[in-house]
Ligand binder design. Sequence first.
Ligand code: GLN
Length: 230
Amino acid sequence: MKFAVLVFPGSNCDIDCFKAVEQTIGQPVEYVWHTATDLSQYDAILVPGGFSYGDYLRCGAISRFAPVMNEVVKAAEQGKFVLGICNGFQILLESGLLPGAMLRNRSLKFRCHQTKLRVDNNQNPFTTQYAAGEVIDIPIAHGEGNYYCDDATLAELKANGQIVFRYEGDNPNGSVDDIAGISNKQGNVVGMMPHPERAVDQLLGSEDGKRMFTSILNAWREKHGAAVVR
Ligand SMILES: NC(=O)CC[C@H](N)C(=O)O
């Protein structure tokens, strides 16, 4: 299974994502610059966190027009796995690959600390290695993570099981319904504000992010009739 880690001017979690893939599942992974126009060789696309284009206008609002994003849309349509983390989630929202929008944190402060997340959908390709309702430790680091959608969209997200993660206990940004991560209707595109790639080793404070990567690999192996890993 081959992974792409997108790199925009201002990405700063690209190396963490790359290392997380190498260390958790040992699969081939490459950096792909934002001007790339062909993602056909990759099975999964990671859109990493950071401050792409300096967060000018709105987080993700400029990156959404990068040439590579046309290819990400194509990859998503083909059923490939797309994971947007933090700024990556913001970019997927701006691209229309996921519904809703991101607002400034209710505190108007950049928040950077561990959070407790509840796995609300463990039937998603990114979360099958977690128990339903399991509470995990994953850090956040953002100023614009206050996820917003209107009532009709929220009802749809709930009805389709598209809410993948919610904050458990303290909601650090004021997001609607404590949402921390959502998927598209098909489940192959996920965006989340917390950083699983920063939680893949006890030295980092938590290993709870690891199973996102093993879940993705298993989902791909199942799709291709290969043995799954435990
Ligand atoms: N870590 C990140 O990806 C930060 C995202 C974005 N720059 C924000 O502050 O909200």
